[in-house]
Design a protein. Structure first.
Length: 151
C-alpha cells in the first residue's frame, strides 16, 4: 500500500476547532436566512397544527411573550407568526450565570396550509403562554350537502 495513502486514511480531522467554528457560522447564517429562531432545542416557537373538515387549529408555545409582542398575518393560505421574545437575565455585582438556554430575540415562522382561510372568521387567543389560532377554511372549500330534486 502506498505509505502516503495509508497515512491520509488514518489522519483525524486536523482542525476540529475550525470545523466547529465553521458549523457555528453556517448555523447562524441559516438562522438569519429563514427568520426562525433556532435555539438549543429546535425552532422557536414550537407549534402543533391540526386539521378538521372545516378548518385548522395552530397552537404555539410562547411562554413569557405578551400578546402585544406577537403578530399574526394571514394571506390566502399562508399564516405567518412573528414577534419578539425578551428574556431578562440576572445582572449586577456578584452575579454569575451558570447556564443560559432561554434566548431573547425576534422570531418568525410561516406555514403554508393546503386551503385558503376565511379571514372574517379566523380567531386568535392567548392563555398561559400558548397562542391558539382557529383558522376556518374558506366557505368555498368546505364540504356541502347537495339536495337531490325529484321530478
Amino acid at each position: 500500500m502506498n505509505p502516503f495513502l495509508r497515512h491520509a486514511t488514518r489522519s483525524p480531522r486536523p482542525f476540529p476547532s475550525l470545523a466547529r467554528d465553521i458549523q457555528r457560522e453556517i448555523n447562524h447564517a441559516l438562522r438569519s436566512f429563514d427568520g426562525a429562531y433556532h435555539g438549543p432545542r429546535g425552532v422557536y416557537p414550537p407549534v402543533n397544527l391540526s386539521e378538521s373538515g372545516d378548518g385548522y387549529v395552530l397552537t404555539a408555545e410562547l411562554p413569557g411573550v405578551s400578546p402585544e409582542n406577537i403578530d399574526v398575518q394571514i394571506e390566502g393560505s399562508t399564516v405567518t407568526l412573528s414577534g419578539h421574545r425578551k428574556v431578562e437575565y440576572a445582572a449586577g455585582d456578584g452575579v454569575s450565570v451558570h447556564r443560559r438556554e432561554r434566548q431573547s430575540g425576534n422570531f418568525r415562522r410561516a406555514f403554508e396550509l393546503p386551503a385558503e382561510i376565511d379571514l372574517d372568521k379566523a380567531r386568535a387567543s392567548h392563555k398561559n403562554g400558548v397562542l391558539t389560532l382557529e383558522l376556518p377554511k374558506s366557505p368555498a372549500l368546505q364540504p356541502r350537502q347537495i339536495e337531490i330534486e325529484t321530478r
